[in-house]
Design a binder for this molecule. Structure first.
Ligand code: SF4
Length: 510
């Protein structure tokens, strides 16, 4: 049996068409100050030359939105016609300026017409709720008119960490809340006859990201909507872990035929994101850039038993358990590039043993996560034994198996880090901060620590973390426990020590 095809319409952002049967598009976002034209243009060019087909820039205020005109002009002068997208939070006026300049505007339903969520439950009657939607409609009308006049596309981009209090009160901070949040906005745009739209559901949690997108597609289908879907895991982090978590989430949905554009969000130079996105798409979709026979979603296993997938090692055809003893349980061996969807249910409750033939470690990590993520998100296999006939061998394969289980939260054996990709709001070297925080806390198995670029969006988007290290004013950091800022404006060179002291004192009190 194959999955249902969610066939989207084709929309246009400048010269770029997105959706339908077109190849899945790749995008990234600058992390320069949008007021710094020269740096932003240089970074846009690096993204484009790496293969980025759309470049997003933050436009937190009117000045940044206005400066998009200079950036666009310089890019066009340099011979690049790649469409630009303005990223908007909290500031409809900035969106209205940007929509006259760039080819696409991303708005967040959680904070476009609503203030920052205060996590206050405020029950609304049906008529109050309808009145809220009328208020949002009024706030969107100018943007819709401008986008229509200028042919600008809109992305309705929901983030798990920034739902409005209105949505959270009724639906909770859930996948359902995310999908409803988008659909409410989509109904308004559609009601006005504006359909040049892309929609996205992002989360730093692979399971929430996958579940919310599936739910979104179900809701769109039920309402006869066919808008293209943009995929991404937010705050994926750096290095191999960031690549694995992105591949697991994005790969799962692409295999199901969901997704028309992708962005891999790494806390690294944005041009590093492009080859990762390309590899996920190549592995899952093939050279045509689009899955032709989608796989049905694998339902999450139900039942009360604790899920504890094993990591098994294969050596010359012999399988060893985690203590080095001979493993003689049920193993399903298959060629990693040739798994048939008909075989998928055969993998349930067995040790998955994909056999790769890969010499490149980075590529193997991405391919393995893109292939296997969906099974572990669904909590189906009994464990994982990765085999490789190429150069990557031994401990690297075992470590990769643990990383995939961690990325899907099937089995936690490491500290989990989330860190944002940075943008024009970041005022410190986040990549360096992540490296320092990781070096000092990697022994804290199971703990979730966030390193975020700014206090505007960082605290919301790191929700679920135990502790947060969040950039504040120039050279200053706020330290969070959960969602509460415990120490504010700590000089950067003291911040790590203060974070460790807080963790230690919390631990001592337990
Ligand atoms: S958390 Fe702040 S700095 Fe980081 S990407 Fe989001 S808006 Fe930019």
């Amino acid at each position: 049996m194959t999955g249902m095809v969610f066939r989207t319409r084709i929309i246009k952002a400048g010269s770029l068409e997105i959706g339908g049967n077109l190849p899945v598009r790749i995008q990234s976002m600058t992390n320069t100050d949008t007021l710094d034209t020269a740096s932003s243009v240089r970074q846009c060019i690096r993204i484009i030359e790496a293969g980025g087909e759309l470049v997003r820039l933050t436009a937190q205020g009117i000045r940044e939105a206005e400066n998009l005109a200079n950036i666009k002009r310089e890019l066009r002068k340099a011979g690049f016609d790649t469409p630009l997208c303005a990223d908007i939070h909290f500031n409809p006026s900035a969106a209205e300026v940007a929509a006259r300049i760039v080819e696409k505007v991303r708005i967040n339903p959680g904070n476009y017409a609503d203030k920052r969520a205060l996590f206050i439950r405020h029950e609304l009657s049906e008529s109050d709720y309808a009145a809220e939607l009328d208020r949002i409609r009024d706030r969107l009308m100018p943007l819709i008119a401008i986008c229509r006049e200028h042919g600008t596309a809109v992305r309705i981009g929901v983030n798990h960490g920034s739902l409005s209090d209105r949505i959270m009160t009724r639906y909770g901070n859930t996948a359902m809340g995310m999908a409803v949040s988008a659909v409410e906005f989509l109904r308004i745009f559609r009601g006005e006859g504006f359909n040049n739209i892309v929609v996205s559901m992002k989360s730093s949690d692979t399971r929430v990201m996958v579940e919310s997108n599936r739910m979104l597609v179900r809701m769109l289908s039920e309402e006869g909507m066919d808008y293209p879907v943009h995929l991404g895991i937010t705050e994926a982090g750096v290095g191999e872990d960031g690549r694995i978590i992105s591949a697991a989430g994005i790969g799962t949905l692409l295999a199901e035929g969901i997704g028309d554009t992708v962005r891999v969000s790494l806390s690294e130079a944005p041009e590093h994101e492009i080859p990762v996105a390309k590899e996920i798409i190549r592995f899952v979709c093939g050279n045509g850039g689009r899955v032709t026979v989608p796989s049905p979603p694998i339902e999450v296993a139900t039942g009360g038993e604790r899920y504890f997938p094993l990591v098994i090692t294969e050596n010359n055809g012999l399988f060893s358990d985690e203590r080095g003893g001979l493993f003689d349980g049920e193993i399903f061996t298959f060629n990693a590039g040739e798994l048939q969807y008909e075989e998928e249910s055969e993998l349930f409750n067995k040790i998955l043993n994909p056999v790769f033939n890969e010499d490149d470690h980075a590529r193997l990590s991405i391919d393995a996560a893109a292939l296997l993520g969906r099974f572990f998100i669904a909590r189906r296999p009994a464990g994982l034994a990765i085999s490789n006939r190429g150069r990557v061998q031994g401990e690297a394969l075992r470590s990769l198996a643990f990383a995939i289980l961690q990325a899907t939260e099937a089995r936690i054996t490491r500290t989990r880090y989330i860190s944002c990709p940075t943008c024009g709001r970041t005022r410190f070297n986040l990549e360096e901060a992540v490296r320092k925080v990781k070096a000092a806390t990697s022994h804290l198995t199971g703990m979730k620590i966030a390193v975020m670029g700014c206090v505007v969006n960082g605290p919301g988007e790191m929700a679920g973390s135990d502790y947060g290290y969040v950039g504040a004013a120039e050279g200053k950091v706020h330290i969070y426990r959960g969602t509460e800022a415990i120490m504010k404006n700590i000089p950067e060179d003291e911040a790590l020590t203060r974070l460790l002291e807080l963790i230690e004192s919390d631990h001592a009190r337990r």
